[in-house]
Design a protein around this ligand. Sequence first.
Ligand code: SF4
Length: 413
Amino acid sequence: MPQIVIERPGRVELAMLPPLALYAHIPWCVRKCPYCDFNSHERGGALPEAEYVAKLIADLEALLPSVWGRRVVSIFIGGGTPSLFSPDAIDALLSGIRARIPVEPIAEITLEANPGTVEATRFRGFRDAGVNRISLGVQSFDDRMLAALGRIHSADEARRGVEAALASFDNVNLDLMYGLPQQTVAMAQSDLRAAFACGVPHISAYQLTIEPNTAFYSAPPELPEHDACADMQIAIEEMLAGAGYEHYETSAFARPGHRCRHNLNYWEFGDYLGIGAGAHGKVSFPDRVTRHERIKQPRDYLSASITVAREGTVAPAELPFEFMLNALRLVEGFPLTLFQERTGLPISAVQSQLAEAEHKGLIERLIERGGQRLRPTERGRLFLNDLLALFVGGESEGRGSGVRVSGPATRIS
Ligand code: SF4
């Protein structure tokens, strides 16, 4: 039986509803990477593509009454390794979505892919299915680092994968990791130079962290010292700025016009439907903000007649933390009015926390046309967890939504 959590809605009043995105989770990978704590599972034989797509569509149908009349502004197919699904299966999924809910004609539609699972023909098939952005989990262009991470691809395959993606898509993100076992600052810089050489318009750079429930947690590799990782981060940020990539979120860097609209919607505390095993979603109503979550284990998810694992209203006391957890990741911060617009709470609800954060030099206020903007200072970005701790009013969750919103930035795929 699903566990239903109901909170009394209380004081929340939203004058308008936020943009609505859609996240679809495909949970299988060729092999489980030793550092990965995402809801990803080693595939055992052929994937149940048709059955799973039907389940994703059933999830969407179940969620439709909560979003009648709304349009989807972006779609993100994440995992796992969604590129293991055939272009025909992705086509069936996107057609099924479009048949059930209006999707903006210019919606950004991202598919996560891993080198070693895709070649040029497959990318063309995904493009023909309606995908218009690819996010590639490269992680490194150094064979030694890739082996240490347990990745299935080589540096050459990574280069060929990026080349093949760029032959079909203008909009390509490349995930890189740093702070890897035995990695030096020079090696991290060399990875970044290899990424620049590929010519991708978007790069996400994540520091490797050891998470519970991973193989690395049970048998941790030796990682570079904290100072060395900080030096890598500084070097990476400087190189990306020098190469014309705008740093717009803790780990995200884009050439002008290539920021990820889907992820920006999370960080701006927008709404999103979550479909697929373990997927999370958030839907706002005029008097409340709700969250939903699907059954996590793919086998259980596929066999269940009702796939919802949890759903309920977010307690108003938790909304400030949930909002800040996302919005304070944005390098340029957010207009002060966005807090009330997205949480339905007056800004006075966090006045004392904001004053303390300002006093500690963690955030700053900027006056701009039309009002004030709040943004984390450089110190605030460095000590993001301390800054967020000021707003803690309860637990939050963000996994299975395509970005992790707790702890340091570690979206790894
Ligand atoms: S890191 Fe990516 S490829 Fe590796 S197991 Fe996790 S989701 Fe799969």
